[in-house]
Ligand binder design. Structure first.
Ligand code: VTB
Length: 346
C-alpha cells in the first residue's frame, strides 16, 4: 500500500493546504475549509485506489463532499473497470480533515494543517461526530500515563518518564471554559500550560517528537480528529488515549443531541455498546498498515506553513508510516505558473 500511495498522499495534503492558505487571514473560515475539501477530493480522485471516507466532513446530508461513506479514487469512478483491476486492489479506509483549525486559518494564526490517515478496510475507528477526552504524551510515557488518572498524577508519572521536573513540563490545553478546572490543576501541580485556541491534532502529534517543548495534550476536543491524532501517534510509538464525551452537560454543540440518553442510543446504533470505553492508539487506528500525512497551512510546531512566491508556492509536509517505520518531512516547491522568474533554493 505504501509504495503506491506514499507520494500521492503527500500531494493530496499539499493541494488542500495550498488552496486553504489562499484564504489565510481573510476571516472566512467556511471558505478556507471548503476550498481545502474540494482540492483534497480532486487530487484523491486521481489516485489509483479504491478508498472510502470513514472520517470526513460529516454525514452526506450536511456535507456534499468527502462525506462519511463517500468512495474516492480512480477505481471508484463509474468507468473504473476499463483501467482498474479489482483483483489487485485492496480497499482502503481514509480519515480526512482537509483544514484542521479553520479558525486558525481565518485569523492567520499558527497551527493549522491539512491532514489525513489511511489504513486497510476497517483499520480506523469510525468515530461519531461527538467530543473526545484526550491524553497524548511522548513515547517514553506510553502506557504509563493514564486518562483515568488525575492530571496531577499524570504529571508526576511524566516527570519520572521524561526525567525532568514537573516545572519543566509543558501541557497543551485548548482554551475553553470546560477546561478551567483542568488548567487550574495543571498549574497547581507545577507544570506550565500552553493554551491554544484551536488545533489539537498538531498538539497531540507534537508530543511524539523531542524538541517541540510540548510534553502532553490534555482536555476535550473533537472525536474524529482524535482518531487522526491516534493514527500518527500509533506510528510514532507515542501515547494516545481517547474517551468519547456524549453528555451535553460536559460539552454541548449542535452535534451532540439534547440528552445523554439519546446520545447513548445513537452510539449503540453505531455499534458502540460501551460509551465510556477508553480507547488507545492501537484501537483507534488498529490497521496492520497505517499511513499518516499532514501539510502545514499556517506555520506550526511541526511544519512550516504555505509560502507563496511569484508563480508558485512552497510547502512542508509530514508523512509517517508504520510499515516502513519512517517519518518524512517533505519540502516541496510547487511551480504553479509557466512564468516563474526563479526558484528560491531555501
Ligand atoms: C475545534 C478544533 C480542534 O476540536 O476546536 C474542535 O480547533 C472542537 O472544539 O482542533 P470546540 O467545539 O470547543 O471548538 C478540534 O477540531 C479537534 O479535536
Amino acid at each position: 500500500m505504501e509504495n503506491t500511495l506514499g507520494l500521492e498522499i503527500i500531494e493530496v495534503v499539499e493541494q488542500a493546504a495550498i488552496a486553504s492558505a489562499r484564504w489565510m487571514g481573510k476571516g472566512e473560515k467556511n471558505t478556507a475549509d471548503q476550498v481545502a475539501v474540494e482540492a483534497m477530493r480532486e487530487r484523491m480522485n486521481k489516485i489509483y485506489m479504491r478508498g472510502r471516507i470513514v472520517i470526513g466532513e460529516g454525514e452526506r446530508d450536511d456535507a456534499p463532499m468527502l462525506y462519511i461513506g463517500e468512495e474516492v479514487g480512480i477505481c471508484t469512478q463509474p468507468d473504473a473497470k476499463d483501467f482498474c483491476n479489482p483483483d489487485e486492489l485492496i480497499e482502503i479506509d481514509i480519515a480526512v480533515d482537509p483544514c484542521e483549525g479553520t479558525n486558525l486559518v481565518a485569523y492567520g494564526q499558527n497551527g493549522s494543517m491539512a491532514v489525513l490517515a489511511i489504513s486497510e478496510k476497517g483499520g480506523l475507528f469510525a468515530a461519531p461526530d461527538f467530543y473526545m477526552k484526550k491524553l497524548a504524551a511522548p513515547p517514553a510515557a506510553k502506557g504509563k500515563v493514564d486518562i483515568n488518572k488525575s492530571a496531577t498524577e499524570n504529571l508526576k508519572i511524566l516527570s519520572e518518564c521524561l526525567n525532568r521536573s514537573i516545572e519543566e513540563l509543558v501541557v497543551v490545553v485548548m482554551k475553553r471554559d470546560r477546561h478551567n478546572e483542568l488548567i487550574k490543576e495543571i498549574r497547581e501541580a507545577g507544570a506550565r500550560v500552553r493554551l491554544i485556541s484551536d488545533g489539537d491534532v498538531s498538539a497531540a502529534i507534537s508530543c511524539g517528537f523531542m524538541g517541540t517543548n510540548i510534553h502532553a495534550l490534555m482536555g476535550i476536543g473533537a472525536a474524529p480528529e482524535g482518531v487522526i491524532s491516534a493514527a500518527a501517534m500509533r506510528c510514532l510509538g507515542g501515547h494516545f488515549q481517547g474517551q468519547l464525551v456524549y453528555d451535553p452537560a460536559i460539552v454541548k454543540t449542535g452535534l451532540i443531541g439534547e440528552s445523554k440518553e439519546s446520545n447513548v442510543e445513537r452510539l449503540t446504533s453505531m455499534g458502540i455498546t460501551d460509551p465510556d470505553k477508553v480507547y488507545d492508539a492501537d484501537e483507534l487506528a488498529s490497521g496492520k498498515t497505517v499511513l499518516f500525512a499532514a501539510c502545514g497551512i499556517t506555520p506550526g510546531t511541526l511544519m512550516e506553513g504555505v509560502r507563496f512566491f511569484h508563480g508558485g508556492a512552497r510547502t512542508q509536509s509530514l508523512v509517517i508510516s508504520n510499515q516502513s517505520r519512517t517519518v518524512r518531512f517533505v519540502d516541496t516547491i510547487h511551480m504553479l505558473s509557466e512564468d516563474i522568474p526563479a526558484l528560491q533554493l531555501r
